[in-house]
Design a binder for this molecule. Structure first.
Ligand SMILES: Cc1cc2nc3c(=O)[nH]c(=O)nc-3n(C[C@H](O)[C@H](O)[C@H](O)COP(=O)(O)OP(=O)(O)OC[C@H]3O[C@@H](n4cnc5c(N)ncnc54)[C@H](O)[C@@H]3O)c2cc1C
Length: 386
């Protein structure tokens, strides 16, 4: 029995959602899976080509309305994230940052001109975006950011450094959050603006099939129209992060599913002490426990998706989903790795790649500790962040 059959998840989806899931899986099978271990090994990703491929199937900003975006429901978007992350968390990161962080910021907070200029080519994958919030000294606490934007006549001048920025060096536009006299504001910084540089972060052992960069803003002069007019204060970037976190609730289950499918196959064919590994009770306990957590995580993701579609989802509920599903996915990946024995440490199988990728997923878009504190505050009314 396939692990998804246990919980009859497919029956909870509409025909359209099943079709979208199948279409994204087909693209992953054709364009991503055959190459992704190699990209991971070399740490090089053909991001531009992939963005065009993903744009051509409509997954970039697929949950946004208008401006070339498909306007699909939250569950469809979640299922696309699941299939992408079943291939690799790095590919899902490319799509999340493009659609839920960069495009969403422009869609939600941008002027009509900014939307018209950037959203259609970003939906098509002809232009890539990144989202610069984190700084070298401020990750979990972005309110401490040091990047500034000061007015000079009608222009803005930006100074500062952003760190760990997905898609940074391949982006055509960076959504950069900076401190101003009127609080935190967002700016659209085009690649090539004088004083703006992006450098890739090397020696990563996780999310190697993903571009991660440092952005340096050294006196970058931008016209007044570069500011996102609709975002004031930290609620601007936090609103975008909530969108991306939602995709991770589904995405993490994709990585877990790929690991579990691999482990089930391996346990069925690997003989130990003259019997298939799958026939031992210790192995079956691992498989049963993983199928349970996978099924529960999928049901949670679907429930949150339906709440999002109804417009009633809260940030605390997204935190609960991200915290649970990434934590369980990582646990599943590690357990699957044990089933594969020594083979589990090689890139011949996707399991160790998912496991190390999920270490990043546990940390970005709010660490597990921060989401725990969000839930702690919700339950007790007492904030324990400081
Ligand atoms: C591969 C990758 C891609 C990323 N992409 C982007 C991107 O595109 N854009 C972007 O802006 N950022 C991005 N990030 C940054 C990411 O969001 C931050 O790394 C994350 O917010 C954590 O910040 P930090 O690394 O500075 O850790 P810190 O904030 O320094 O945290 C270190 C540890 O302290 C814990 N901690 C923090 N505060 C508390 C507290 N109050 N109580 C208890 N424990 C606490 C944390 O949970 C963590 O365990 C990316 C990160 C990675 C790894």
């Amino acid at each position: 029995m396939h692990p998804s059959t246990l919980f009859a998840i497919d029956g909870l989806l509409t025909d359209e959602e099943r079709d979208i899931r199948r279409a994204v899986r087909q693209v992953c099978d054709k364009e991503i899976r055959p190459h992704v271990a190699g990209w991971f090994e070399t740490g090089e990703l053909p991001a531009r080509e992939l963005a065009r491929t993903l744009g051509s199937v409509g997954v970039l900003g697929m949950h946004l309305d208008g401006y070339g975006c498909a306007g699909l429901g939250a569950v469809s978007y979640g299922l696309a994230c699941l299939e992408l992350e079943a291939a690799d968390s790095g590919l899902r990161s490319l799509v999340s940052v493009q659609g839920s962080l960069a495009m969403y910021a422009i869609w939600k907070y941008g002027s009509e001109e900014q939307k018209r200029e950037w959203l259609p080519p970003m939906a098509a994958g002809e232009r890539i975006g990144c989202f610069g919030l984190t700084e070298p000294d401020f990750g979990s606490d972005p309110g401490g950011m040091r990047t500034t934007a000061r007015r000079d006549g009608s222009d803005w001048v930006l100074n500062g450094t952003k760190m760990w920025i997905t898609n940074g060096s391949v982006a055509d536009v960076a959504v950069v959050w900076a401190r101003t006299d009127e609080g935190v504001r967002g700016f659209l910084v085009p690649a090539g603006a004088p004083g703006f540089t992006a450098h890739d972060l090397k020696r990563k052992v996780s999310l190697r099939a993903s571009v991660t960069s440092e952005l340096v803003l050294d006196g970058v002069r931008l016209p007044a129209e570069a500011m996102l007019p609709g975002a004031r204060g930290l609620s601007g970037p936090l609103g975008c992060l909530n969108e991306a976190r939602f995709g991770i609730v589904f995405g993490a289950m994709g990585a877990a599913l790929d690991c579990l499918e691999t482990a089930l196959d391996y346990a069925a064919s690997r003989e130990v002490f003259a019997r298939p590994l799958a026939s031992y009770q210790l192995t079956q306990e691992k498989l049963a426990d993983m199928a349970l957590e996978l099924g529960k995580g999928m049901l949670l993701a679907l429930h949150l998706g339906r709440l999002k579609e109804a417009g009633t989802i809260t940030p605390e509920q997204v935190s609960a989903g991200k915290l649970n599903n990434v934590r369980e996915a990582l646990d599943i990946a590690r357990t699957c790795r044990t089933i594969l024995g020594a083979s589990g440490i090689t890139l011949e199988y996707p399991v160790i790649r998912h496991a190390v990728n999920l270490e990043s997923v546990l940390t970005y878009e709010g660490t597990s500790e921060i989401h725990t504190l969000v839930l702690g505050k919700a339950l007790t009314g007492l904030p324990a962040f400081h």
